[in-house]
Design a protein around this ligand. Structure first.
Ligand code: ZN
Length: 272
């Protein structure tokens, strides 16, 4: 009976670790997608800004071209009229007016050239933005699809794990399970740990000899007086004890544990 109970507690702990990872994934995955969507929208906004700029530049160019043409015609007419000037004063006045118009048109032409250059620059930018946007749209599409699959699989696994968890819970007496949940709720992972050579592997502190003796007898479930974790004698569950020791050695290799969690557990161990 005792053996079965601690076995189930270890199983429960495994399940809870997997559930935690899945829940994190379920929470994290939509955030990744939202981030990508945000970047995509940002790109579209940039495109629109450039398109607006191009429209503005084109309007300016059109206006300038019309003005150049208009004044060009005027200059032509003035040249023809020049011959009909009745005196020198009138002739000079007409020349001045023509000069001014020609000067103005040269300035307009310079501006026209600048605008044309700026336009081609903006058009290049737009082409680049569009290419980037297309890449991002494709990435987004692929991500959406894989996310749906990932989430669906995670949900299925989670349902399965919760079912197993319920089954494991049936074998463990309610007070023990309540204790397990209490420790777990305070984020003290692992909740159930081996005692090796009289030392609690959760906090690395010796447990009192009497508790150790009782633990070895395997009649009832004990907690570490120091860290409150549920403890078992390593020889009752050698496989679980070995696995726990292995995990403590290289926490990052265990898929069920993120680096942060491993760091957390290490800090916690040091504190305790
Ligand atoms: Zn302890």
């Amino acid at each position: 009976m005792y053996q079965k109970q601690i076995e189930q507690l270890v199983i429960l702990q495994h399940l809870d670790q997997e559930i935690l990872v899945l829940e994190k994934e379920l929470e994290q995955a939509p955030k990744e997608l939202a981030e990508l969507e945000g970047r995509h929208q940002e790109g579209l906004d940039q495109q629109n800004q450039v398109i607006e700029k191009i429209d503005f530049l084109n309007a300016q160019k059109k206006r300038l071209a019309a003005e150049i043409e208009e004044d060009g015609l005027k200059i032509k007419k003035s040249k023809n009229k020049l011959m009909m000037a009745s005196n020198t004063r009138e002739y000079h006045a007409m020349m001045r007016e023509m000069d001014n118009m020609e000067k103005l048109n040269r300035l307009r032409e310079e501006e026209h050239t600048t605008l044309t250059e700026e336009l081609s620059r903006q058009e290049e930018i737009l082409v680049e933005l569009k290419a980037g946007g297309a890449d991002l749209a494709a990435e987004l599409e692929a991500k959406r699809e894989s996310l749906d699959k990932r989430l669906e699989k995670a949900r299925q696994t989670l349902a399965e794990l919760n079912k197993n968890r319920l089954a494991a819970g049936k074998i463990i007496p309610p007070p023990i399970q309540a204790r397990y949940e209490f420790i777990r709720s305070r984020l003290r992972t692992p909740v159930i740990v081996a005692v090796t050579g009289g030392i609690c592997t959760g906090c690395n502190i010796s447990i009192p000899p009497q508790t150790y003796n009782e633990l070895q007898r395997g009649k009832q479930i004990h907690s570490c007086p120091n860290c409150q974790r549920i403890i078992y004698w390593e020889q009752h569950l050698p496989e679980a004890a070995a696995e726990q020791a292995e995990r403590a050695k290289k926490p990052e290799s265990k898929a069920a544990k993120t680096k942060e969690e491993a760091a957390e557990a290490v800090t916690e161990g040091a504190e305790a």
